[in-house]
Design a protein around this ligand. Structure first.
Ligand SMILES: [Zn+2]
Length: 408
């Protein structure tokens, strides 16, 4: 009896925790495919059964096997409860309000004094497309020429830089720097305290803007956010069912994850369009950080679905460039819409870092970022500016600030 229980339990463990196990395998074997799991584990379980036949013969060995089974079972139970807890916690956590702390002091008197009070300010749309690489890196590692797209943005009066870089190669540090509009973080570990009162939102609130926020990794105080955009995929992934089942093999059998992410990304882009099209008395500030073209790759270049096994495939660059091309078409539509319906706006579109997972990249290439700025139709040379300095330039223009260009 003990033999069967032990084997069944190990099978359950693998089944329910398939995603983290596969993540480990993937580190060792980059082009691992999910369907290899069946023969591999069948082989392991057959061996396990044989080992049991050899070693578990006497009754005391049987008792030991039961003990081992109970031990593993207990760990499994704790893990499941923990997963469920992780799912419940964000849902029961109240929207806390507190006092602005450290971040407050960042907005110096000088900054606020420099702000002009000259009539209506332009709408300011700040898009961050996570992991959107620069054209030279795309060419070198993905053999893809993105310059026609960049030229088309230029023809829509967007100022494009062909040599910009971000201030960090991790999302948390780079987005954190944008939220401070200065270089606060180099390492991800420095951002762990979170950013409840980002100076970027404070300065726009102070200038009388309505703030529309999409932020998948940081949570801000409610006093700074007038409208929080909802990510359907994040919400459903927070549910207990999702946190427990999401890591299991079930997710691999149904391509549910894929479809949920596709719907989510499309709906977020539509929400951004709706916000931009909505007439408001007060100027609008949109902070829109979206996890695309970042993996998982769920769109091909025509917007079609991608097979589950290729959702994280960096070996064949076409999955990354496919998603990037689909997104670029959407960005092109946004740019046309600005020209048509809000030509007086300021629109900053950039990435938080470049592509990072192609083999043999160096740090500089990982930070080589997409970066372009529409300044109410004006020509502005932003060539070579870092993403942070481009943001500062845009803020100077929209808010009348006098932020200096930073060294880095
Ligand atoms: Zn990122």
């Amino acid at each position: 009896m003990a033999k069967g229980a032990l084997a069944a339990l190990l099978f359950m463990l693998v089944f329910m925790n398939y995603a983290p196990i596969e993540a480990c395998i993937r580190r060792l074997i980059p082009d691992w495919r999910w369907w290899r799991i069946a023969p591999t584990f069948l082989f392991l379980f057959v061996n396990l059964s044989l080992l049991q036949r050899i070693f578990i013969r006497r009754p005391e060995a049987d008792a030991n096997a039961i003990r081992i089974t109970l031990g593993i079972g207990a760990v499994f139970l704790v893990l499941t409860v923990f997963n469920a807890g992780v799912g419940i916690y964000p849902l029961i956590q109240p929207a806390r309000t507190g006092k602005p702390s450290l971040a407050t002091s960042h907005l110096s008197e000088q900054d606020s004094l420099a702000m002009k009070a000259n009539g209506k300010r332009p709408n300011f749309y700040f898009f961050i497309f996570d992991e959107y690489a620069r054209q030279d890196v795309l060419k070198k590692y993905a053999q893809y020429d993105n310059t026609p797209f960049l030229r088309s943005l230029q023809s829509k009066k967007f100022n494009v830089s062909f040599s910009s870089h971000s201030t960090a190669s991790t999302t948390r540090a780079s987005i954190g720097n944008s939220l401070y509009y200065s270089i606060q973080f180099r390492l991800e570990s420095e951002t762990m305290a979170g950013i409840k009162f980002p100076p970027l939102l404070r300065v726009f609130k102070k200038a009388g803007y309505l703030t529309y926020i999409l932020s998948p990794i940081y949570r801000f105080d409610g006093s700074l956010t007038d409208f929080m955009m909802q990510s359907a995929a994040v919400l459903s992934s927070l549910s207990i069912e999702k946190t427990v089942l999401e890591k299991s093999f079930i997710a691999y059998l149904q391509a549910v994850g894929n479809e949920a992410i596709r719907t989510d990304r499309l709906s977020l882009l539509e929400q951004a369009v709706a916000i931009m099209g909505k007439p408001q008395k007060d100027p609008k500030f949109l902070f829109f950080h979206i996890l695309i073209p970042h993996e998982p790759f769920v769109f091909d270049e025509n917007g079609g679905a991608v097979a589950y096994e290729n959702m994280n495939n960096w070996i064949n660059a076409k999955y990354y460039t496919g998603q990037l091309r689909f997104l670029s078409a959407k960005i092109g539509e946004l740019a046309s819409m600005i020209l048509r319906s809000d030509p007086d706006a300021v629109v900053l579109m950039q990435s938080d870092h470049g592509a990072r997972a192609f083999g043999g990249m160096n740090e500089e290439e990982r930070r080589a970022s997409f970066n372009c700025l529409y300044l109410r139709g004006q020509d502005m040379n932003i060539e070579g500016l870092s993403t942070i300095n481009t943001l500062r330039l845009a803020m100077n223009h929209a808010l009348g600030l006098k932020l200096k260009m930073l060294e880095d």
